[in-house]
Design a protein around this ligand. Structure first.
Ligand SMILES: [Zn+2]
Length: 508
């Protein structure tokens, strides 16, 4: 899921929630559904998107009013007149799916590139303004302050073929199976049109799509590649649903053909998903090496080709070297930027100066006390802890913007607060002078000072019988949301003891 933009920015990108709806400007990078979820209920004018993304989105959400959208042309900067500050936005091709763009925002908040979903190839990056592009061992003239980066495959170390090469592999696979009367293509996702176009061009045959069975896909393809679609089921090429139960359906097609004494149909799935999730540990080196060079058949009879709409790890590293951004935030999945070597080497958040623009971006005033409106209690907190900035080199989760990403709204808790292991409770007599404050007695004077490091956090005081097994911070979160704190599950030892006791009484 895309992430909420920090509080200090006046715009949202690809999020449609009550929180993002409060922003003054909205941007939609592309028409995949995981980026438009909630748009029918939490959207307001203006939504900036390319014309094609707008049409595809209106196709999926007919209840949306077209007047909510403002068209944005690729490569043409737009000045946005915001009541607080005017800023500029420019869209660039994201090499992801038809209509998909990255947005470059330039304003007093800094220079921010939001990639949406993207496949960052050299051609794609060369379209960005030259001043942001570095050369070998030379930084760009102007550095991006932040890049919100699609890190979907940041942990996938294999070299993926380019889209162009992957299409070549699909076509080669079809050439190698001249006997297959029917070729089923699992190309029903927005972004796989180029494969269908190339097949149509190479083999001179249109692609059959069953309009009744897949009306949404038909509508979408009618907008992107109307000239190569066919309603004639005798066409050799059929569009095949990728989900659900693809393996089962593929096997059934093969069994059906054999029962009719026909050659096996060819079923091709051009996608990176299988490569990412398939366990290859038992495969021979030869097969491992060839799996990205040609189509590969699985045990169900499906031929796979690694066609990726997202950047490989190599491509992400290369792009970051070229752009040399000051900070990197993973848009999806959360926190994955820390997996990248560039981030580990160059994006430390240690020793943030009080005048660092990051504080403004997060709308955090280091001097002001923080008021939690939900529990009507004024608490002075260590603002630095809210960020949970930590050195990526130590391998800790990069939790910048963690609050927003954890979807905690106005909670004063950081993501790290919620996920850190339970700290054993201590008796009140053991409370030292290092700043811990009994619950409900925060007076500010005993709060953690700005000089304290994250590792020196005070152990929270917990009255007897209140929190056995439930993290103090999680209890606070539940209360701030007016939800009763759930009772912790009994421990395994407790269950075993009870069992022993029951057994003993039975024997007696
Ligand atoms: Zn996408």
């Amino acid at each position: 899921m895309p992430i909420e933009m920090p509080k200090g920015l006046p715009f949202s990108v690809d999020t449609w929630t009550p929180c993002s709806n409060r922003k003054r400007h909205h941007f939609l990078t592309h028409a995949h559904k995981d980026h438009s979820q909630g748009i029918s209920t939490h959207s307001s004018f203006p939504i900036y998107a390319t014309r094609l993304t707008k049409s595809l989105t209106l196709n999926c959400y007919p209840q949306l009013n077209e007047s909510l959208f403002v068209d944005i042309e690729i490569g043409q900067p737009i000045a946005i007149n915001d009541p607080v500050e005017t800023f500029t936005v420019t869209a660039f091709d994201a090499n992801h799916c038809p209509g998909a763009v990255m947005f470059l925002f330039e304003g007093t908040f800094g220079n921010i590139l939001h990639t949406g979903d993207c496949r960052l190839t050299p051609e794609c990056l060369q379209r960005l303004p030259e001043k942001y592009l570095g050369k070998t061992s030379r930084e760009p003239k102007c550095r991006l302050d932040y890049i919100f980066l699609d890190c979907t495959f940041a942990t996938f170390s294999s070299k993926m073929p380019s889209k162009h090469l992957a299409i070549r592999q699909v076509i080669d696979c079809i050439w190698k199976h001249p006997d297959a009367r029917v070729v089923y293509l699992t190309c029903d996702l927005l972004g796989q049109e180029e494969i269908l176009e190339n097949i149509c061009k190479t083999f001179g045959s249109k692609i059959f799509i069953n309009k009744e069975n897949n009306p949404e896909c038909f509508q979408s393809l009618s907008l992107t590649i109307p000239n190569i679609l066919s309603q004639d089921p005798s066409s050799r090429f059929h569009l095949f649903d990728g989900f659900p139960r693809l393996s089962e359906r593929a096997e059934a097609k093969i069994i059906e053909a054999r029962a009719n004494f026909q050659p096996d149909p060819l079923i091709i799935r051009p996608s990176a998903q299988w490569y990412v999730f398939e366990d290859v540990s038992s495969e021979s080196e030869k097969r491992k090496n060839s799996r990205f060079k040609e189509a590969i058949r699985d045990s169900f009879g499906i031929w796979h080709v690694c066609y990726s709409m997202h950047s490989s790890r190599d491509e992400l590293e290369w792009a970051l070297q070229l752009l040399a951004p000051k900070r990197v935030v993973s848009t999806t999945p959360e926190f994955r930027a820390i997996e990248l070597g560039y981030v580990r080497r160059h994006c430390s958040f240690d020793n943030l100066a009080p005048d660092d623009p990051l504080w403004k971006l997060l709308d955090i005033d280091l001097e002001a006390p923080l008021v939690n409106e939900d529990i009507q209690e004024e608490v002075t907190v260590n603002k630095k802890e809210m960020l949970t900035v930590s050195s990526p080199v130590k391998g800790t989760c990069l939790t910048l913007f963690g609050r927003a990403r954890a979807g905690l709204g106005n909670s004063t808790l950081s993501y790290e607060d919620l996920v850190k292991p339970e700290i054993p409770t201590r008796n009140v007599d053991e409370v030292g002078s290092d700043g811990e404050v009994p619950e409900g007695q925060h007076d500010g004077s005993k709060s953690n000072g700005l000089t304290k490091g994250i590792g020196k956090r005070a152990t929270p005081y917990s009255p007897t019988g209140m929190s056995n097994g439930v993290n103090e911070n999680i209890r606070k979160l539940y209360r701030s949301m007016h939800i009763p704190v759930p009772k912790p599950l009994p421990s395994l030892v407790e269950i075993l003891n009870n069992r022993k006791r029951a057994k003993r009484s039975f024997m007696l």
